[in-house]
Structures are given as structure tokens and as C-alpha cells.
Design a protein around this ligand. Sequence first.
Ligand SMILES: NC(=O)c1ccc[n+]([C@@H]2O[C@H](COP(=O)([O-])OP(=O)(O)OC[C@H]3O[C@@H](n4cnc5c(N)ncnc54)[C@H](OP(=O)(O)O)[C@@H]3O)[C@@H](O)[C@H]2O)c1
Length: 278
Amino acid sequence: MKWGIIGTGNMGKVWLHALSSSKSVSEKNIFLYNRSFLKAYELKNDYPDVHIVQAMDTVIRECDIILLCAKPKDIIDIAKKLKDKINEDQCVISITSSILVDQLGAILHHNTARIIPSITNRALSGATLVTFNENMDDGFKEILWDCCSEFSTPIEISDEHVRISSDIVSCGPAFISFILESMIEAAVKQTGLPKEEASKMAETMIIGYGKLLDENIYTFSTLKEKVMVKGGITGEGMKALEGTFQNIFEPVFESTHLKFDSEKKIIGEMVQKIHSES
Ligand SMILES: NC(=O)c1ccc[n+]([C@@H]2O[C@H](COP(=O)([O-])OP(=O)(O)OC[C@H]3O[C@@H](n4cnc5c(N)ncnc54)[C@H](OP(=O)(O)O)[C@@H]3O)[C@@H](O)[C@H]2O)c1
């Protein structure tokens, strides 16, 4: 199977790295096209055998599976260009929560899916959030699932929970970074511990933490219990944390969903316009 990636920004590069370094797709079977050609061309330095093409039509002509790795409005524009050029032997995948699988399916008519990546896939880890269009060919479903399993834990999700799932899987690493940075800043401010040392400590802590979960040694709750020795110091810190951090994610999720709703509205209007033009 030949894979095409349209859009080689952050997420296009995550896909490229995940596909090639997990060896699920060989570089010579990957075609890249980006609006700004040079940005894609530079990827030759790290991925010498991939094809960098100057026209989107080359991706459409050559590839069986096409990943649309642009921002939501750009994905709709790209889908409009693909619409009369792809066939039933191809499959097109969008990576954004704001476009429902049915919307992409209604524009392209053939095999479509949504696979939302996470920056964690760059380390061949973390989850991918998968939603197949109901008319999707079973062969493609299997190929996509197996491929995602090579570099992530694929999780099938419904449209209903797409935003909250993305908040956890895709935004989560940024949210956790923010929380750890605030831990580091407070340590530096309150105790004078040098920032470099505090950062190194936080980094090694979170790597070890991930391994405890990965090896099923603890869950979030059992880990918390284990560290909070009865009458100990962690418990005191936890009381303060509970006072400050109670429900901190509710406004976060409200904000992501507000933005999501406004993006969905714009996408809905764009899709409607395409239908009324055809
Ligand atoms: N960031 C995340 O962690 C994350 C995780 C999951 C899903 N997502 C979804 O992925 C979307 C893209 O995120 P990103 O961080 O990868 O954005 P990005 O870094 O801005 O990349 C978008 C890329 O798409 C290219 N592009 C735009 N229109 C194009 C067209 N018509 N033809 C070809 N290429 C085109 C852009 O080209 P230029 O070089 O010309 O700008 C750019 O390289 C987000 O909007 C979000 O919905 C993001």
C-alpha cells in the first residue's frame, strides 16, 4: 500500500515518523505534499527515501491511503479538490475532531475515516482515536487498525465523544506539561532550587511514572495511595492540592468545547456550500 500525507506540519510529521520508524510503511511507499513545498522538501534530510511531490494530484494518482494533515478548514478545501479524483480503491483519512466522519464521507463518497493522532505517537506510544465511516471497506479498516497498532494504542470512538477524547489524548500532553511547569516554577520560587535541577527532577519523575503505568505496576489511584503514607508529608501536600486544584479541568473542557462548537459551525457551513454547488 502507498500512503500519501497532505500537509507536513506538526501532525503530518508525527504521522511520517510513526509510519516509517515503526516500519509499518517503508519510506519508499510514502508520498508527501505540502502547500509550502520547501517545508516538505526539507524532510528529505531525515527521510531520504520518501517521495516529495509538487502537485497534490501526484498523491491522488499514486496513493491508496491519503492522510489529510491540515487544519480543519484547509482539510475541507483539500477534500473539495479530491472529490472527483479519488475512487473506491482508495481511502482518505482526516485527523481533526472538528470534521465528522459523515461530513468527509458525504464530500468524498468513498472510504473515509478519522484518525486523530497525538504528539505521543512521535515516540511510538500513546493513543490514536479512530472512527470509521459506516460504509468503510473492511480491508481498509483492518489495514488502518493494524498500522496504528504498530505505533500507538488505537481506540475506536464515536462522534459524540470525539472532543473530550481528543482533549485527553491529544491536548493532554500540553496540559500535563503546563501542570509540571507550574510545579517547577513554584519549587524555584519558594525554595531557590535551580530551575535546571527542578526540571531534570520533574522530567525523570514523569518518565518513571509512565513506566509504572506501562508495566501495570500501579493505576492512578493505587499509585496515589502507595505514595501517601498514612500521617506522612505527601498527604499534607495533597490536602493543599485538593483545595486548589478541585475541578480545574471543568473550565478547560468547557473552553475546548466552545472552540470546537464554533469550528464545527464553520465546517458545517463549508460542507453545506459544497453540497449546494454540486
Ligand atoms: N497539534 C496537535 O497535537 C494535534 C493533535 C491531533 C489533531 N490535531 C489536528 O491537526 C490539525 C493540524 O495541526 P498541526 O499542528 O499539524 O498544524 P500545522 O503545523 O499548522 O500544519 C498544517 C499543515 O498543513 C499544510 N496545508 C494547509 N493547507 C494545505 C493544502 N491546501 N495543501 C497542502 N498542505 C496544506 C500547511 O502548509 P504550510 O506549510 O503552507 O503552512 C501545514 O504544513 C489541527 O488543526 C488539529 O485539528 C492536532
